[in-house]
Design a protein around this ligand. Sequence first.
Ligand code: PLP
Length: 432
Amino acid sequence: MKLCTTYDPKSAFSLRDAVLRGLAPDGSLFVPKSLDPLPKHFFDRLPSLSLPEISIAICNHLFPSLSNKVIEEIITQSITFPAPVVQLTESLSVLELFHGPTLAFKDFGARFMAQLMSYYNRAESQKLIILVATSGDTGGAVASGFHKVPGIEVVILFPKNKVSAIQQKQLTTLGHNIQALEINGTFDDCQLLVKEAFQDHPLSDRLRLTSANSINIARLIPQSFYYFEGYRQLSTLTNSVCFSVPSGNFGNLTAGLIAKRIGLPVLQFIAATNVNDVVPQYLKSSRYHPRSSIPTLSNAMDVGNPSNFDRMLHLYGSTWNDIRKDIQGYSFDDQQTIDAIREVYQKYSYLLDPHGAVGYLASQEFSRENDASVIFLETAHPSKFLETVNKATGKEWDLHPTLQKLSDKQETYTSLEKDFSGLRSFLLDSFL
Ligand SMILES: *Cc1c(COP(=O)(O)O)cnc(C)c1O
């Protein structure tokens, strides 16, 4: 697969280049130059394929530069947990994406990216150092995804007293090649420090530094696999589906658009947001007005200027009419989110997290006007949002065993001030 940038469709980059760079040199995002449909025999075989087999077939199709053996290795190491569909009614199902090690769908992208980066770094004698700033969830998925991956060191910067206790444990208890830095500052300070490290040329010339943020194309591609897996599980019942996708930065939804481009029969995508609704507003009015984000209960979707919006535009040649044919948008507030968690629990004895609840709400809104089978994505395990789900259902839910185990683990991290000299010395002392 050749890639170009969203600014310049004529540019051309290799997959290796795009994965190791993250951000394109012109400051925009990498996108596939073209996407061809999967061959018919793939769809003939699809009902009997497993999720890893689906993933391998898609990678073989998209990445002719990688051998089948390499692809098999990468998938075997990364796609290690299932994505089951749970049917709530004849026409409404949930695709559960929270069975990975950090209980959120970001595990798919982070683990795949880690394996692909490790592969591309294999021939290098020097270790690759990944610098990430986190405000919470991303750091956990990245730390877990890269844990013990050969040839790679990870340094995670988190703001002091500004991530939840569980999130902090997910960053600070892994050890091995994962180091956590507590920064006496905000998330923005952490991001600034990472930027400064890349721009400090004596430093970035001596160390092989890269980032692992959410715009890396290697995080997007594996998120297309589970759309096929969701469809496969319903394919005896229906021959086309709609997906309702709880969205923030719109990586998940963009991966769905890629799945459709390579042949998945998706009737409609439903963009489900909380009150941070710049994309639903765009779909209604054709005007895009990015703004600061508003905090909500579905906090992983509190995004005021989604980074994947340019990729979505690119896929449709920036034609609003074509985009809104494929995607309908709906937004919901916190009270509706709480009410939805309660409603789904009472009606179906099924517990949603606040993000999945927004996906559910959008599927209901859509179904009022459309007669189609809808799958909504459940992006995190409800146990990650105990306070909200307890409040919504009036019950005391147990913490998931994975999260329970974390609480006994010993934390190790280094505390630094927010000025760059501290980070600089830390990196040189640790890696030179
Ligand atoms: C990141 C995240 C989202 C939003 O996904 P995007 O790809 O940014 O749209 C939704 N739910 C959860 C639980 C998340 O962590």
